[in-house]
Ligand binder design. Structure first.
Ligand code: MN
Ligand code: MN
Length: 464
């Protein structure tokens, strides 16, 4: 009877029961490199810069339109410092389609407003406008650091990173003491901390002078000394406050990784590392690190932008291939994180369909909300393709559905790739506390995501 059960039933296994010591060591090595990348990449700009550093070390060069390309050539195109497209040219022409993996490198954060600096009751603050889906109460009373750029009228752009080094100051948003919180505690969690209440404390020492706003003046004078900027320069700045936690191992067994921005730099790094490890692929392999996914893939650096089409069209034209031929034969792995089942909050998930920590790469046939609305919904044939491929290549994976039916949901770049007539499927790392200032992933799931992307890149067949 048990034989019959084994033959007929689908049963998932924990990745720890499926891999050997050699692979555990490979996973550790991979995760160490990922932790370094994540620790140094706190914004989309930094994630792109650090990806370029790694790519150039592996022989990638900036793509120049009209450049002659031969199989094995490694190129990249930097989209305004916030998004990155990399490719390794395949042995087959682009009419055979490209193999694309797309992840995003933006993450929820607190953007400074353009008119941000103010003084109130002899303390100085930055006003913020949050970016992406956050639970506001999670962002108070944690150390914050400041990253971004100030673009000056002169055309010069000044980079700002403060709070990253141990001896640098950090910043914080205060919260009410419990003793005086009886009114606040009656509010819902959505209302307890408001968007306009997310004001960052940045100083308290007054300027040694008469007059008003002496603390603001003191802060502005420090900023002027450090960066040569005046208050007006904030008008053309992009500064973000992000959590100042270091990336670290979690658990006595060190099996998990805690850090800010796993969503979706954990998939971005998997794609990047897989592309860097490629040798002469059959088809052209493309790695996308996109921006603006957290706010709907909008803007020139988001996946709705034609920047990607221009890049692909340039490559196609160099081979006399029509872009639409390339797209219709292409395959895209939309690599984005999914919600891991959390035993502390079982009520929001449907256990049979939720992805589990340590069960490998989570494949989402569909995303969306309320009756799959807003999903591209990969076809059964496409799911069968990845089943076959992952089985052949020893990729441990699981089906993943983000939450119970009608509990909520989400989207990724998948639908924007599918809109281009590219066969697309979502897959990524299961995350605990997604979108929190400190998210958690499992090492083996990170490694299996890398293996999954590599398998897709190295496949000789087309997805069809
Ligand atoms: Mn994401
Ligand atoms: Mn997200």
């Amino acid at each position: 009877m048990d034989d019959l059960r084994n033959r007929l039933f689908y049963e998932q296994k924990n990745a720890y029961d499926l891999i050997d010591t050699a692979e555990r060591i490979d996973a550790e090595k991979y995760c160490r490199a990922y932790m370094r990348y994540l620790n140094d990449s706190r914004t989309e700009r930094e994630a792109v810069d650090n990806a370029i550093l790694l790519a150039e070390k592996s022989g990638f060069v900036p793509y120049v339109p009209g450049m002659e390309l031969k199989p094995g050539d490694k190129i990249y195109q930097n989209n305004r410092g916030k998004a990155l497209m990399l490719a390794v040219m395949g042995r087959q022409p682009l009419s055979a389609g490209a193999v694309i993996a797309g992840a995003h490198v933006d993450a929820p954060r607190l953007d400074l407003k353009q008119t941000t600096l103010y003084e109130s009751d002899e303390m100085a603050f930055f006003k913020t406008h949050y970016y992406g889906g956050i639970k506001k109460y999670q962002w108070v009373t944690i150390p914050l650091e400041l990253h971004g750029v100030v673009a000056l009228k002169s055309g010069e752009t000044i980079r700002v990173v403060i709070g990253r080094e141990p001896d640098e100051p950090k910043f914080v948003i205060t919260d009410l003491l419990p003793h005086l919180s009886q009114d606040q505690m009656k509010k819902t969690m959505a209302e307890g901390i408001t968007g306009e209440g997310l004001n960052i404390l940045i100083g308290s020492a007054p300027y040694a002078d008469e007059g008003k706003d002496r603390v603001k003046l003191a802060v502005m004078s420090i900023l002027n000394d450090m960066y040569g900027i005046t208050e007006e320069d904030f008008l053309s700045a992009e500064l973000a406050a992000v959590p100042a936690f270091d990336v670290c191992e979690i658990g006595f067994d060190r099996s998990l990784i805690g850090g800010y921005g796993h969503d979706d730099r954990v998939c971005a790094f998997a794609e990047l590392q897989a592309l860097l490890d490629l040798k002469h692929p059959a088809r052209t392999c493309v790695c996308l690190l996109c921006d603006k996914e957290e706010i709907g893939s909008e803007g020139v650096t988001g996946m709705q932008s034609e920047a990607f089409d221009c890049f692909m069209q340039d490559l196609c034209e160099s081979q006399g291939v029509a872009l639409r031929r390339c797209y219709e034969n292409s395959f895209c792995l939309s690599a984005d994180v999914t919600a891991a089942f959390d035993p502390l909050y079982p009520e929001v998930s449907e256990k049979r369909s939720a992805s589990k920590i340590n069960y490998g790469l989570g494949v989402c046939k569909f995303t969306g909300v309320r009756g799959k609305s807003g999903t591209s919904d990969a076809s059964a044939e496409l799911v069968a393709y990845v089943r076959r491929l992952f089985a052949d290549r020893g990729v441990i994976w699981q089906m993943a559905e983000l939450g119970k039916v009608d509990q909520g949901g989400g989207g990724t770049i998948a639908k924007f790739m599918a809109k281009r007539n590219i066969d697309t499927i979502d897959a990524g790392v299961p995350v605990l506390s997604m979108h929190a200032p400190f998210e958690v992933v499992a090492k083996l799931d990170c490694y299996m995501t890398y293996k999954g992307v590599l398998a897709v890149y190295e496949d000789k067949e087309t997805a069809k």
